[in-house]
Design a protein around this ligand. Structure first.
Ligand SMILES: Cc1cc2nc3c(=O)[nH]c(=O)nc-3n(C[C@H](O)[C@H](O)[C@H](O)COP(=O)(O)OP(=O)(O)OC[C@H]3O[C@@H](n4cnc5c(N)ncnc54)[C@H](O)[C@@H]3O)c2cc1C
Length: 297
Protein backbone atom coordinates (compact mmCIF):
# COMPACT_ATOMS: atom_id res chain seq x y z
CA UNK A 1 0.00 0.00 0.00
CA UNK A 2 1.34 3.37 -0.89
CA UNK A 3 2.10 5.82 1.88
CA UNK A 4 2.97 9.46 1.30
CA UNK A 5 4.51 10.30 4.66
CA UNK A 6 7.88 10.85 3.12
CA UNK A 7 7.35 11.01 -0.63
CA UNK A 8 4.30 13.24 -1.01
CA UNK A 9 5.96 15.08 -3.87
CA UNK A 10 6.34 11.93 -5.98
CA UNK A 11 2.74 10.82 -5.87
CA UNK A 12 0.19 12.84 -7.75
CA UNK A 13 -2.94 10.92 -6.69
CA UNK A 14 -4.78 11.07 -3.43
CA UNK A 15 -2.90 9.10 -0.76
CA UNK A 16 -4.64 6.02 0.50
CA UNK A 17 -2.79 6.18 3.82
CA UNK A 18 -0.70 8.67 5.69
CA UNK A 19 1.72 7.68 8.44
CA UNK A 20 2.78 10.00 11.24
CA UNK A 21 4.14 9.51 14.72
CA UNK A 22 1.29 9.80 17.17
CA UNK A 23 3.12 12.55 19.04
CA UNK A 24 3.37 14.70 15.89
CA UNK A 25 -0.21 14.02 14.83
CA UNK A 26 -1.68 14.92 18.22
CA UNK A 27 0.47 18.03 18.27
CA UNK A 28 -0.92 19.05 14.88
CA UNK A 29 -4.50 18.58 16.10
CA UNK A 30 -3.87 20.60 19.26
CA UNK A 31 -2.34 23.41 17.19
CA UNK A 32 -5.63 23.63 15.22
CA UNK A 33 -7.76 24.35 18.30
CA UNK A 34 -9.25 27.84 18.22
CA UNK A 35 -8.20 29.19 21.62
CA UNK A 36 -10.69 32.05 21.37
CA UNK A 37 -13.55 29.57 21.86
CA UNK A 38 -11.81 26.72 23.69
CA UNK A 39 -10.08 26.67 27.05
CA UNK A 40 -7.33 24.08 26.55
CA UNK A 41 -5.88 22.54 29.71
CA UNK A 42 -2.99 20.28 28.77
CA UNK A 43 -1.50 17.64 31.11
CA UNK A 44 -4.70 17.70 33.11
CA UNK A 45 -6.42 14.59 34.37
CA UNK A 46 -10.08 14.34 35.38
CA UNK A 47 -10.38 12.02 38.37
CA UNK A 48 -14.02 12.22 39.41
CA UNK A 49 -17.27 13.01 37.72
CA UNK A 50 -20.55 13.67 39.52
CA UNK A 51 -23.92 14.84 38.31
CA UNK A 52 -26.37 16.88 40.34
CA UNK A 53 -29.66 17.48 38.58
CA UNK A 54 -28.65 18.54 35.10
CA UNK A 55 -25.20 19.80 36.02
CA UNK A 56 -21.99 17.82 35.68
CA UNK A 57 -19.09 18.48 38.04
CA UNK A 58 -15.61 17.34 37.01
CA UNK A 59 -12.70 17.35 39.39
CA UNK A 60 -9.14 16.84 38.33
CA UNK A 61 -5.56 17.84 38.60
CA UNK A 62 -3.33 19.83 36.26
CA UNK A 63 0.07 21.56 36.27
CA UNK A 64 -1.27 24.36 38.47
CA UNK A 65 -3.05 22.08 40.92
CA UNK A 66 -6.62 20.95 41.40
CA UNK A 67 -9.31 22.06 38.99
CA UNK A 68 -13.12 21.94 38.96
CA UNK A 69 -15.28 22.23 35.87
CA UNK A 70 -19.04 22.69 35.94
CA UNK A 71 -20.97 22.05 32.75
CA UNK A 72 -24.42 21.28 31.36
CA UNK A 73 -23.07 18.97 28.69
CA UNK A 74 -20.27 16.42 28.75
CA UNK A 75 -18.50 14.96 25.68
CA UNK A 76 -16.40 11.92 26.48
CA UNK A 77 -13.52 11.77 23.96
CA UNK A 78 -11.17 10.21 26.48
CA UNK A 79 -10.32 6.93 24.82
CA UNK A 80 -10.79 3.26 25.60
CA UNK A 81 -10.39 3.72 29.38
CA UNK A 82 -12.77 6.68 29.35
CA UNK A 83 -13.58 7.98 32.80
CA UNK A 84 -16.87 9.28 31.38
CA UNK A 85 -17.75 5.76 30.27
CA UNK A 86 -16.81 4.40 33.70
CA UNK A 87 -18.96 7.00 35.40
CA UNK A 88 -21.87 5.98 33.19
CA UNK A 89 -21.25 2.33 34.06
CA UNK A 90 -21.00 1.39 30.39
CA UNK A 91 -17.37 0.21 30.14
CA UNK A 92 -17.63 -3.52 29.47
CA UNK A 93 -15.06 -5.22 27.27
CA UNK A 94 -16.89 -7.21 24.59
CA UNK A 95 -14.25 -9.68 23.40
CA UNK A 96 -16.04 -10.27 20.11
CA UNK A 97 -15.53 -6.62 19.25
CA UNK A 98 -12.19 -5.91 20.86
CA UNK A 99 -8.54 -6.43 19.96
CA UNK A 100 -5.19 -6.27 21.70
CA UNK A 101 -2.35 -4.43 19.99
CA UNK A 102 1.27 -3.50 20.60
CA UNK A 103 3.52 -0.94 18.96
CA UNK A 104 7.23 -0.25 18.94
CA UNK A 105 9.15 2.33 16.93
CA UNK A 106 12.30 0.94 15.27
CA UNK A 107 15.18 2.31 13.26
CA UNK A 108 17.16 0.50 10.60
CA UNK A 109 14.51 -2.02 9.50
CA UNK A 110 15.93 -3.36 6.25
CA UNK A 111 14.22 -3.84 2.91
CA UNK A 112 11.74 -0.97 3.17
CA UNK A 113 10.15 -0.23 -0.20
CA UNK A 114 11.45 2.82 -2.04
CA UNK A 115 7.86 4.07 -2.42
CA UNK A 116 7.30 3.88 1.34
CA UNK A 117 4.71 1.13 1.00
CA UNK A 118 2.86 0.15 4.16
CA UNK A 119 3.48 -3.50 4.94
CA UNK A 120 0.92 -5.79 6.54
CA UNK A 121 1.57 -9.49 7.31
CA UNK A 122 -0.92 -12.15 8.29
CA UNK A 123 1.14 -14.80 10.15
CA UNK A 124 -0.11 -18.24 9.09
CA UNK A 125 0.31 -19.72 12.57
CA UNK A 126 -1.59 -16.89 14.29
CA UNK A 127 -5.00 -16.31 12.71
CA UNK A 128 -7.08 -13.18 13.30
CA UNK A 129 -4.00 -11.06 13.72
CA UNK A 130 -1.70 -8.91 11.67
CA UNK A 131 1.82 -7.60 11.93
CA UNK A 132 2.64 -4.23 10.41
CA UNK A 133 5.67 -2.22 9.36
CA UNK A 134 4.80 1.38 8.52
CA UNK A 135 7.64 3.61 7.32
CA UNK A 136 8.43 6.87 9.09
CA UNK A 137 10.91 9.60 8.11
CA UNK A 138 14.65 9.27 8.85
CA UNK A 139 14.84 5.50 8.32
CA UNK A 140 12.48 4.79 11.21
CA UNK A 141 9.39 2.60 11.25
CA UNK A 142 6.22 2.09 13.26
CA UNK A 143 6.15 -1.66 13.87
CA UNK A 144 3.23 -3.36 15.56
CA UNK A 145 0.99 -6.33 15.95
CA UNK A 146 -2.71 -6.73 16.75
CA UNK A 147 -5.00 -9.67 17.38
CA UNK A 148 -8.74 -10.22 17.96
CA UNK A 149 -9.45 -10.55 21.69
CA UNK A 150 -11.75 -13.56 21.39
CA UNK A 151 -8.85 -15.49 19.80
CA UNK A 152 -6.38 -14.18 22.42
CA UNK A 153 -8.66 -15.41 25.23
CA UNK A 154 -9.42 -18.78 23.63
CA UNK A 155 -5.75 -19.60 23.00
CA UNK A 156 -4.22 -17.74 25.99
CA UNK A 157 -1.96 -15.71 23.72
CA UNK A 158 0.35 -13.02 25.04
CA UNK A 159 0.33 -10.48 22.20
CA UNK A 160 3.54 -8.80 23.38
CA UNK A 161 5.42 -12.12 23.42
CA UNK A 162 3.93 -13.19 20.08
CA UNK A 163 5.14 -9.89 18.58
CA UNK A 164 8.68 -10.37 19.90
CA UNK A 165 8.69 -14.01 18.77
CA UNK A 166 7.62 -13.10 15.25
CA UNK A 167 10.51 -10.65 14.92
CA UNK A 168 12.97 -13.28 16.13
CA UNK A 169 11.63 -16.38 14.39
CA UNK A 170 9.56 -15.53 11.33
CA UNK A 171 11.65 -16.32 8.21
CA UNK A 172 10.38 -13.19 6.43
CA UNK A 173 10.99 -10.89 9.40
CA UNK A 174 14.36 -12.19 10.68
CA UNK A 175 16.45 -10.58 7.90
CA UNK A 176 14.42 -7.37 8.08
CA UNK A 177 15.20 -6.85 11.78
CA UNK A 178 18.67 -8.38 12.07
CA UNK A 179 20.42 -4.97 12.11
CA UNK A 180 17.51 -2.90 13.39
CA UNK A 181 17.21 -1.26 16.81
CA UNK A 182 14.05 -0.71 18.85
CA UNK A 183 13.61 2.93 19.88
CA UNK A 184 11.26 2.30 22.79
CA UNK A 185 9.82 -0.50 24.90
CA UNK A 186 6.91 -2.42 23.42
CA UNK A 187 3.72 -0.52 24.24
CA UNK A 188 0.34 -2.23 24.46
CA UNK A 189 -3.27 -1.06 24.29
CA UNK A 190 -6.80 -2.38 23.74
CA UNK A 191 -8.77 -1.56 20.62
CA UNK A 192 -12.55 -1.14 21.13
CA UNK A 193 -14.07 -2.02 17.80
CA UNK A 194 -17.31 -0.97 16.26
CA UNK A 195 -19.94 -3.70 16.30
CA UNK A 196 -21.30 -3.77 19.83
CA UNK A 197 -23.41 -0.64 19.31
CA UNK A 198 -22.37 0.89 22.62
CA UNK A 199 -24.93 3.54 23.52
CA UNK A 200 -23.05 6.76 22.93
CA UNK A 201 -25.51 9.39 24.13
CA UNK A 202 -27.90 10.23 26.93
CA UNK A 203 -29.20 13.09 29.03
CA UNK A 204 -26.47 15.72 28.83
CA UNK A 205 -23.71 13.51 27.40
CA UNK A 206 -22.20 12.01 24.27
CA UNK A 207 -19.24 9.70 23.66
CA UNK A 208 -16.77 9.95 20.77
CA UNK A 209 -14.02 7.86 19.20
CA UNK A 210 -12.69 4.95 21.24
CA UNK A 211 -14.91 5.87 24.18
CA UNK A 212 -17.85 5.14 21.87
CA UNK A 213 -16.16 1.93 20.61
CA UNK A 214 -15.79 3.08 17.03
CA UNK A 215 -12.61 1.47 15.69
CA UNK A 216 -13.03 0.00 12.21
CA UNK A 217 -13.09 -3.76 12.97
CA UNK A 218 -11.42 -5.00 9.80
CA UNK A 219 -8.39 -2.70 9.91
CA UNK A 220 -8.09 -1.68 13.58
CA UNK A 221 -8.02 1.95 12.51
CA UNK A 222 -9.97 4.33 14.71
CA UNK A 223 -8.68 7.79 13.94
CA UNK A 224 -10.93 8.36 10.91
CA UNK A 225 -14.08 7.05 12.59
CA UNK A 226 -13.20 8.97 15.77
CA UNK A 227 -12.97 12.15 13.75
CA UNK A 228 -16.25 11.42 12.00
CA UNK A 229 -17.89 11.00 15.41
CA UNK A 230 -16.54 14.43 16.40
CA UNK A 231 -18.00 15.99 13.29
CA UNK A 232 -21.39 14.29 13.73
CA UNK A 233 -21.51 15.02 17.48
CA UNK A 234 -20.85 18.72 16.82
CA UNK A 235 -23.91 18.87 14.56
CA UNK A 236 -26.12 17.29 17.22
CA UNK A 237 -24.74 19.56 19.92
CA UNK A 238 -25.24 22.65 17.78
CA UNK A 239 -28.91 21.78 17.40
CA UNK A 240 -29.22 21.15 21.15
CA UNK A 241 -27.67 24.56 21.86
CA UNK A 242 -30.03 26.35 19.49
CA UNK A 243 -33.03 24.72 21.17
CA UNK A 244 -31.42 24.93 24.64
CA UNK A 245 -32.38 21.31 25.18
CA UNK A 246 -29.68 18.78 26.17
CA UNK A 247 -32.04 15.94 26.98
CA UNK A 248 -31.55 12.44 25.59
CA UNK A 249 -34.20 12.82 22.88
CA UNK A 250 -32.03 15.42 21.12
CA UNK A 251 -29.37 12.77 20.44
CA UNK A 252 -31.55 9.76 19.61
CA UNK A 253 -30.10 9.31 16.12
CA UNK A 254 -26.45 9.90 17.08
CA UNK A 255 -25.64 6.16 17.24
CA UNK A 256 -27.24 5.55 13.85
CA UNK A 257 -25.32 8.43 12.25
CA UNK A 258 -21.91 7.40 13.58
CA UNK A 259 -22.38 3.69 12.86
CA UNK A 260 -23.88 3.88 9.39
CA UNK A 261 -20.43 4.53 7.92
CA UNK A 262 -19.06 1.42 9.63
CA UNK A 263 -21.86 -1.09 8.92
CA UNK A 264 -20.15 -2.77 5.96
CA UNK A 265 -16.94 -3.26 7.97
CA UNK A 266 -18.96 -4.65 10.90
CA UNK A 267 -20.66 -7.17 8.59
CA UNK A 268 -17.33 -8.25 7.07
CA UNK A 269 -15.86 -8.70 10.57
CA UNK A 270 -18.86 -10.78 11.69
CA UNK A 271 -18.40 -12.95 8.61
CA UNK A 272 -14.69 -13.36 9.37
CA UNK A 273 -15.56 -14.42 12.92
CA UNK A 274 -18.09 -16.95 11.69
CA UNK A 275 -15.49 -19.00 9.79
CA UNK A 276 -12.86 -21.13 11.56
CA UNK A 277 -9.75 -18.94 12.17
CA UNK A 278 -7.36 -21.35 10.39
CA UNK A 279 -9.60 -21.46 7.32
CA UNK A 280 -9.67 -17.65 7.34
CA UNK A 281 -5.90 -17.49 7.70
CA UNK A 282 -5.40 -19.88 4.77
CA UNK A 283 -7.96 -17.97 2.69
CA UNK A 284 -6.49 -14.53 3.33
CA UNK A 285 -2.95 -15.66 2.60
CA UNK A 286 -4.12 -17.27 -0.63
CA UNK A 287 -6.24 -14.34 -1.77
CA UNK A 288 -3.78 -11.59 -0.83
CA UNK A 289 -0.95 -13.13 -2.78
CA UNK A 290 -2.88 -13.34 -6.04
CA UNK A 291 -2.06 -10.98 -8.85
CA UNK A 292 -5.74 -10.03 -9.20
CA UNK A 293 -6.01 -8.86 -5.58
CA UNK A 294 -2.83 -6.81 -5.80
CA UNK A 295 -4.04 -5.23 -9.03
CA UNK A 296 -7.45 -4.42 -7.48
CA UNK A 297 -5.86 -2.91 -4.36
C1 LIG B 1 -1.04 -0.13 18.70
C2 LIG B 1 -2.15 0.65 18.04
C3 LIG B 1 -2.00 1.08 16.74
C4 LIG B 1 -3.01 1.80 16.11
N1 LIG B 1 -2.82 2.22 14.83
C5 LIG B 1 -3.78 2.95 14.22
C6 LIG B 1 -3.59 3.42 12.90
O1 LIG B 1 -2.56 3.17 12.25
N2 LIG B 1 -4.56 4.17 12.34
C7 LIG B 1 -5.72 4.46 13.00
O2 LIG B 1 -6.60 5.15 12.44
N3 LIG B 1 -5.94 4.01 14.26
C8 LIG B 1 -5.00 3.27 14.89
N4 LIG B 1 -5.22 2.82 16.16
C9 LIG B 1 -6.47 3.16 16.85
C10 LIG B 1 -6.41 4.63 17.29
O3 LIG B 1 -5.21 4.85 18.02
C11 LIG B 1 -7.61 5.00 18.16
O4 LIG B 1 -8.80 4.51 17.60
C12 LIG B 1 -7.70 6.52 18.30
O5 LIG B 1 -6.53 7.02 18.88
C13 LIG B 1 -8.91 6.91 19.14
O6 LIG B 1 -8.90 8.30 19.36
P1 LIG B 1 -9.62 8.90 20.64
O7 LIG B 1 -9.37 10.35 20.58
O8 LIG B 1 -11.02 8.41 20.72
O9 LIG B 1 -8.86 8.26 21.90
P2 LIG B 1 -7.34 8.44 22.35
O10 LIG B 1 -6.47 8.61 21.17
O11 LIG B 1 -7.08 7.32 23.28
O12 LIG B 1 -7.34 9.82 23.13
C14 LIG B 1 -7.97 9.96 24.38
C15 LIG B 1 -7.38 11.17 25.07
O13 LIG B 1 -8.07 11.36 26.30
C16 LIG B 1 -7.12 11.60 27.33
N5 LIG B 1 -7.69 11.12 28.61
C17 LIG B 1 -7.98 9.85 28.97
N6 LIG B 1 -8.46 9.81 30.23
C18 LIG B 1 -8.47 11.09 30.67
C19 LIG B 1 -8.83 11.69 31.90
N7 LIG B 1 -9.30 10.98 32.93
N8 LIG B 1 -8.70 13.03 32.01
C20 LIG B 1 -8.22 13.79 30.99
N9 LIG B 1 -7.87 13.28 29.80
C21 LIG B 1 -7.97 11.93 29.65
C22 LIG B 1 -5.89 10.80 26.91
O14 LIG B 1 -4.74 11.33 27.54
C23 LIG B 1 -5.89 11.03 25.40
O15 LIG B 1 -5.23 12.21 25.07
C24 LIG B 1 -4.22 2.08 16.80
C25 LIG B 1 -4.39 1.64 18.11
C26 LIG B 1 -3.37 0.92 18.72
C27 LIG B 1 -3.58 0.43 20.13
Amino acid sequence: MRNTATNAGNYAGRPMFFVSRRFDFDNLLVSKIDRSVADVQLSTRINTITKTGKTWMLEGEGPSGKIEIETDFLMGADGDHSIVLKHLGERKVDRNNYAGAVRQYWSGVEGMHTDNLLEVYFPKSLPLSYFWIFPLPDGKANVGYGMASNYIARHHINVRKAFEELIKTDPVLIPRFKNAQPLENVKGWGIPMSGNDRKAYGDGWMLLGDAASLVCPTSGEGIGSGMISGYVAAKFLQRAFVQNDFSEKMFTHYNREIHKRLRTEEKVYRFINSIPPRVFSFGINTVLSTWLFKYWL
